[in-house]
Write a protein that binds this ligand. Structure first.
Ligand code: ZN
Length: 335
């Protein structure tokens, strides 16, 4: 298992308490499936649950030997499987190795915890191997699975797990965590928390890599600038993106995401909800655009952005899709 300090849990305390309560009442489940958006904290929550289960006292005391080993991901009764970085799926060989010895008694703790990070990455064979274990789980074992949604996992697996659906964490809680634990200046912590849509993992990444937020603002500003450009400049910009689609597909996706966000912010501003705007570094340009365009034009542009992103993912011709999008965008006067 990889070692290193684990990320601190932000939000989701209810999930830990739920497990503590059911365990105290003697009816803890053998398998839990944690679902939620990327960066929401599924894995961090799973690790916190693991520590709770392994701890010598009743709830993750943080100071016993089990807690200390679990916090460093080196507890001999804590097992983890995830998709190797260079692979698309978890290889069946890894699944067999992972499940081997699951029926043996724990080494140090009173129980054993098996974490499957990204159960959606199990291929059919791997899912079936896991299913066999889930049908007759050894008494001392708790399995913790994570996946973005239940539909990404084999229904027969889901039906054998207690599903814990993680919800977005409160903006204030994320902002406080960034300020207190990561030393981020309060104003910036708030801006990042707002942009994170309740996902602490995303927020921490954005805080530690300022380029994530800067890049998002830069892309959004490009869009607002494009609105006062003519036909030729728009086509040129669209073609640049279309060329990037093949090689840097995720960059183009991120661009369309930033643009969706820009249109959303313009719309919120028009509706007098400026306090919910996320792209606060380009607030002036957002406000200016909101003043210059009709609501209909903004709603249409937002819809067109979502449609274009969707059609690209459905293998539309990128040049055609992006050019027609760029030409469809409304026109603002000079700013
Ligand atoms: Zn402990």
């Amino acid at each position: 298992m990889e070692s290193g300090r684990r990320e601190q849990l932000v939000g989701h305390r209810w999930a830990i308490e739920l497990i503590e309560r059911s365990r105290a009442a003697g009816h803890g489940a053998h398998a839990y499936l944690l679902t939620g958006l990327p960066g929401i904290g599924k894995f961090t929550t799973a690790m916190e649950i693991a520590q709770t289960l392994l701890c010598a006292s009743s709830s993750a005391c943080g100071s016993c030997r089990h807690c200390r080993l679990a916090a460093r991901s080196v507890h001999p009764d804590l097992h983890l499987i995830e998709v190797p970085s260079e692979r698309k799926n978890i290889p069946i060989k890894d699944v067999h190795e992972f499940l081997q010895g699951i029926a043996l008694t724990p080494v140090e703790a009173a129980c054993k915890v098996y974490i499957i990070r990204g159960a959606e990455d199990l291929a059919e064979e791997g899912s079936n191997a896991l299913l066999k274990t889930l049908e007759e789980p050894p008494g001392s074992v708790t399995l913790l699975l994570t996946a973005p949604v239940t539909t990404a996992v084999l229904p027969t697996i889901v039906s054998r797990c207690q599903v814990i659906a993680l919800r977005p964490v409160a903006e204030a809680e994320i902002a406080e965590h960034l300020a207190v634990e990561h030393g981020i200046e309060v104003g910036r912590a708030r801006a990042i928390a707002r942009a994170s849509e309740g996902r602490p993992g995303w927020a921490i990444t954005a805080a530690e890599h300022p380029d994530v937020m800067d890049e998002r603002h830069r892309r959004a500003r490009d869009l607002l600038d494009l609105l006062n450009q003519g036909r030729l400049e728009r086509i040129r910009y669209a073609d640049g993106l279309a060329e990037a689609w093949g090689k840097h597909t995720d960059d183009v996706r991120d661009t369309l995401k930033a643009w969706t966000e820009a249109w959303r912010d313009v719309l919120l501003t028009q509706r007098g909800l400026a306090d919910r705007v996320r792209l606060i570094d380009i607030w002036d340009a957002v406000q200016e655009t909101a003043l210059q365009l009709s609501r209909e034009a903004v709603v249409d542009a937002l819809a067109a952005t979502l449609r274009t992103a969707d059609s690209l993912d459905r293998n539309a011709n990128p040049r055609l899709a992006l050019e027609s999008y760029a030409l469809f965008l409304p026109r603002t006067g000079d700013r």
